[in-house]
Ligand binder design. Sequence first.
Ligand SMILES: CC[C@H](C(=O)O)C(=O)SCCNC(=O)CCNC(=O)[C@H](O)C(C)(C)COP(=O)(O)OP(=O)(O)OC[C@H]1O[C@@H](n2cnc3c(N)ncnc32)[C@H](O)[C@@H]1OP(=O)(O)O
Ligand SMILES: [Co+2]
Length: 139
Amino acid sequence: MSLGRLNHVGVATPSIAKSVETYRVLLGATAIGEPFDLPAQGVKVCFIDAPNTQIELIEPYDESSPIAGFLRKNPAGGQHHVCFEVADIAVAVAELKAKGATVLGEPRIGAHGTPIVFVHPKDFGGMLVELMETPGEDH
Ligand SMILES: CC[C@H](C(=O)O)C(=O)SCCNC(=O)CCNC(=O)[C@H](O)C(C)(C)COP(=O)(O)OP(=O)(O)OC[C@H]1O[C@@H](n2cnc3c(N)ncnc32)[C@H](O)[C@@H]1OP(=O)(O)O
Ligand SMILES: [Co+2]
């Protein structure tokens, strides 16, 4: 496995609408996607494009959302995870597990329509890391 590009920075928020306004007004964001629901992942999502990566705004879809706990601890939201691209998610998972990392669950389809998986924050000094299979790669 080799570390690919930083695909996005995940930012948890209690309100995507309010966060969009913040990025638009304070940072002049213009490339703002339409919010959409990912019930299978327990989140509502909205992408804000930067020239070299994206901000992934995520809001709980419901109380069972995996980010509900994070927002209880951080009511205003905040930086939640970073997502790096990998060529082959199965290879990445196997290598991480062989090296003793805690891979959370099985790969599933994420917000970009390709397989994703998360690695526990304790393996990265307190940072939740998401790996995403690079779109359009032959596997
Ligand atoms: C998938 C759609 C989209 C995409 O890009 O395609 C997304 O990215 S959606 C993102 C939301 N989904 C997830 O986050 C799934 C993976 N997350 C998890 O499995 C859990 O949130 C987990 C295991 C990271 C944390 O579990 P929980 O929320 O129940 O909290 P705990 O109290 O058990 O936390 C244990 C420990 O981890 C620390 N923690 C929790 N969340 C984070 C975080 N985002 N960043 C850094 N650290 C985090 C928490 O403070 C605890 O630390 P401790 O020192 O033990 O108190
Ligand atoms: Co993400």
